[in-house]
Write a protein that binds this ligand. Structure first.
Ligand SMILES: *Cc1c(COP(=O)(O)O)cnc(C)c1O
Length: 453
């Protein structure tokens, strides 16, 4: 199809088969998740599970939770997902929450809820709300702070990449409406000291949210399997809310996460009501208006069919794979795992001045791997999922070869993506980096869709 043709809705509708063919062809250049060459973005349990999710999804393809009275079935499914997740995260019967369209929505909503709670409670004290979060907190929280006018105050990390609790304590002031911590953090896969933070939160009477988008559907199974997992959920007294993504390690379809609060006194501040709309009295529990039924049905179905035994089996095999991958990486003298992650997410970097880790990333991409890059410190990133169990040796060998190649070709560090990422990571004026990134976005979203590469 020429660009000219694709710029308009076709005058005459095309045959469905042709349309579908175009869609299939479009996927040709995408990252290869079916061969597990990808370390984020897709949580894939294989074709059979996917077919099952599709069936559940399609049963509720058209249904809309915007109106829970019209679609009581979806409200029932939301209720059951919330209850199952609350029980998984050691919540009592007072724990309440909503399903959301994803981790980002599950992080945006607490920002608004706790801001509103502070306004309702202190009214004249807090007109300049602030929230405290580790430097490693997921970027969705930066977005929430930005969207909802809450000042983000970053707490530094200790050398083990977990947040410094004493530093958090010192950052608390009368404007603080919320403390956030991760279980585990997205970049390094380490769990912040939640129990200690819980004590601080209680001492100062400030809500504590645990972002367990990654860990919510993994850590409880690991604990059941006998792994030593530090307390991170509602068992920690100061924890007031938790987010957990069904569309990550819950292995549902994309578009489902859960946000839970210790009781209705918190959740009620998330609700939005507008009573004067000509379209009717409007009540909304979460961010979206239309709430598609497909992801809710698929996520519910995943939880029901996997069960605790299924999830534990997946978790065990995923940890075996993680350990094997970490061993493989540590067998390469130039590389190291950053800190000591508790679950199946980790960062690996270089401990040799002769090996630039971003150049290693470039070489891995030459070999067909899609790798994510981290900054501060520079590293590569892996979120291990079940199907990675088939590629441990292939990955380790490719990584060995890549490191060796980079060591023998030092100029690679100043070429290609390595140079670009290295340069970006080191630019002291972060405002310039932001400006350049915005330019790239304007090109990508411009009339010609110019992709950076
Ligand atoms: C993935 C993730 C998010 C954001 O979730 P999306 O589903 O990508 O919107 C937030 N926090 C953590 C810890 C995550 O891992």
């Amino acid at each position: 199809m020429s660009d000219n043709e694709s710029a308009k809705i076709p005058e005459k509708g095309l045959p469905r088969s042709e349309v579908l063919e175009t869609l299939r062809n479009l996927k040709g250049e995408d990252a290869n998740y079916k061969d597990s060459k990808l370390w984020s973005l897709v949580y894939y349990l294989g074709d059979e599970h996917t077919q099952f999710l599709l069936e559940a999804f399609s049963l509720f393809f058209s249904e809309n939770l915007l109106n829970p009275i019209a679609f009581k079935s979806l409200k029932r499914l939301e209720h059951e997902i919330v209850r199952m997740t609350a029980s998984l995260l050691s919540g009592d019967t007072n724990v309440v929450g909503t399903v959301t369209a994803g981790g980002t929505e599950s992080c945006l909503l607490p920002v608004v809820a706790y801001r509103e709670r502070a306004f309702a409670k202190h009214l004249f004290r807090t007109k300049k709300p602030e929230m405290i979060a580790p430097e490693s907190v997921h970027v969705a929280w930066e977005k929430g702070a930005h969207y909802f006018g809450v000042k983000m105050v970053h707490a530094p990390l200790r050398s083990d990449l977990r947040v410094d609790v004493e530093a958090v304590k010192k950052l608390i002031n009368k404007h603080t409406v919320l403390i956030v911590a991760s279980a585990p953090s997205y970049p390094h896969g380490v769990i912040d000291p939640i129990a200690e933070l819980g004590k601080v939160a209680q001492e100062y009477d400030i809500p504590l949210h645990v972002d367990s988008c990654l860990g919510g559907f993994m850590l409880p199974f690991l604990e059941k399997l006998g792994y030593k997992i530090p307390p991170f959920d509602f068992r920690v007294p100061g924890v007031t809310s938790i987010s957990a993504d069904v569309h990550k390690y819950g292995y549902g379809a994309k578009g489902l996460s859960v946000v839970l609060y210790r009781n209705m006194d918190y959740l009620k501040h998330q609700f939005f009501v507008y009573e004067n709309w000509p379209g009717g009295i409007f009540i909304s529990p979460a961010l979206l208006g239309t709430r598609p039924g497909g992801p809710i049905a698929a996520g519910w179905a995943a939880m029901k069919t996997l069960g605790m035994d299924g999830y534990c089996d997946v978790a065990q095999r995923t940890m075996n794979t993680t350990v094997a991958l970490e061993k493989g990486i540590q067998s390469i003298p130039e590389l190291k795992i950053l800190s000591n992650p508790e679950m199946s997410v980790f960062a690996y970097g270089s401990k040799s001045r002769k090996v630039n880790i971003f150049a290693v990333g470039d070489q891995m991409e030459e070999k067909g791997w899609f790798v994510d890059r981290l900054q501060r410190p520079e590293a590569l990133h892996a979120i291990v999922t079940l199907p990675h169990e088939h590629i441990v040796d292939e990955f380790t060998n490719d990584l060995k070869e890549s490191v060796e190649y980079v060591r023998n070709h030092p100029s690679l560090a100043v070429k290609g993506n390595a140079a670009l990422y290295g340069m970006i990571a080191k630019v002291p004026l972060r405002g310039m980096v932001k400006k350049e990134a915005l330019k790239i976005m304007e090109k990508m979203y411009g009339p010609d869709m110019t992709m950076p590469y």
